[in-house]
Design a protein around this ligand. Sequence first.
Ligand SMILES: Cc1cc2nc3c(=O)[nH]c(=O)nc-3n(C[C@H](O)[C@H](O)[C@H](O)COP(=O)(O)OP(=O)(O)OC[C@H]3O[C@@H](n4cnc5c(N)ncnc54)[C@H](O)[C@@H]3O)c2cc1C
Length: 558
Amino acid sequence: MIAPKTLKLSLKSLRDFAKKRLPEETIQELDERDECPLDIVRHMCDPDQLGIQLLFIPEDCGGFGGGAFDVYCVCEEMARIDLGIATAVLATFLGSDPITVGATPEQKKYWLSRIAQDGLLFAYGATEPEAGSDLAALRTTADRVMEDGKVLGYKITGNKQWISNGGVADAYSVLANAPGGPSWFVVEKGAKGFNHDEPEDKHGIRLSNTAALSFDNVYVDADRLLGGVEGQGLNQAQLVFGYTRLMVAAFGLGAGWSALDRAIPYSTKRVQAGAPLSQKQGYTHKLIVPHVVHLEAARAYIEETAERIDAGEGSLNTEGAIAKYMATEAGNAAAEASIQAFGGYGYTREYMVEKIKRDVRITTIYEGTSEIMEMTISRDRWQLHLKTRGQHYHEQAKKYEALHDRHPDVGADIAALALHALAGVMEKARLARLTRYQHILLRLGELIAYAECAGTLSHRAAFAAENKLNEKANRRFDATALAALARIFAREAALKIAEEGLRWVAGAGGISAGEMASFEVSLDLPAIHRAQLDLISDMDYIADVLYNRAAKRSQVAA
Ligand SMILES: Cc1cc2nc3c(=O)[nH]c(=O)nc-3n(C[C@H](O)[C@H](O)[C@H](O)COP(=O)(O)OP(=O)(O)OC[C@H]3O[C@@H](n4cnc5c(N)ncnc54)[C@H](O)[C@@H]3O)c2cc1C
């Protein structure tokens, strides 16, 4: 783990570098020209310059040994600068992940030290034209080359699609079907038979290079098979998902905030109907506040998951999926709302928000689409529901009821209502065997993500009140504001879970008209409706915090 002070300094160097080398006009020009600024990417990865990748390389390989929390902080900062550059720099990290989790100690030392010392740029080659979400459908092959009964090496043949850094990397981790099953190999640029296409003409992240790769009998020595055993590739890919999804979650968070941090000051200066837009409740409470709430709910989940990964709780794939799903959907919605918040100006290139919107759009697609996240979340938590005979979320709810006793203002009681309702919806779905409908399964994934984030945000608010937040945690909002954010989000989550849960259960034939009233009671809809009281005053408070009016408001009240 990196010391908090070192992390702070690294983030500051990153910001200073961006200010100097990547001012907005430069970013806009590069976006217009659809150009990846390779010199800047290399500078950022050069150990004698910024050396960002050093943060993620283990200490025994010449890096600083950063953990998941550090990765989240750096990814958020990078995304605030430019998501294309962030993708280009972090592709090395992604590309080296199969090495970190799957390689032999010698392979690890060799490749990770080269990334640390030589600033080697990596790419991660998993996706194929016919194998996207379903990686098991991959067709790239790795045939053994034998000598004296021993495997001398492999010949790789096939195609990879949409590979970040595809046209500029020095080395590629490539997933291919060996005789023993899918396996990761490292291929260096310039290998005979290896080619990449021209960069894709993309909707966004145009400062990153994305290219298709082709392999025509590309020979690699046997020691390029990561881990030295065939057939481990899909497992190795699974092992890093918790981590890598957190990275993309942080991208969504950073990009979403970057858009809002343009819309918020703009609205203080833009006067319409006699007053700045920032004073119009219909504006702030639609275009700003709900997005802040969603981003901060996602942040709470990201920070909690990062802490748990760093504490050695395993790869936490499902938690990584929840973090990615919530943060990237929130980032997209925030960027979209920011265009609206700028009105006609937002629709032009000058104000950057339309670019951020184009950029952040990728985050719900790469590293697993939102729909695949919903499926991952739902399948895992469904097993928990079955294993605990429907008690899992009731048990979680009880924890939040206990938290509410200690901290009555952090919305934990409402989060508990959301979790109880979720348990009720899942149990009805079990009794009526509704998960045979894929749509129901995926919608449950969404409701689960909301319920868990509601709990986590109230927990984060309580932690802030007790002064127990991680030293590296984001401190944009104080404990009082976090409590208000938690209450707003929990209200939304509880209502969504109960009403949409009921809708899908009823819509799929899970209950009859006669059972409806008792199902509504079991979901505690009246309590969830009562919990909506004071919603607007909490939103008013968050708007005041965002516009620095909170102190003035309390002075007036005093
Ligand atoms: C700019 C960019 C950079 C990328 N960088 C990399 C990289 O560096 N390395 C790499 O390996 N890959 C990379 N990718 C690939 C990316 O991870 C895939 O595009 C993504 O996983 C989705 O795969 P696909 O495009 O084949 O879509 P598909 O899997 O065909 O999905 C299409 C749609 O169908 C939905 N869907 C898919 N399966 C199901 C299902 N079973 N049930 C219901 N709905 C489903 C999806 O959610 C999506 O909405 C990149 C992609 C882009 C665009």
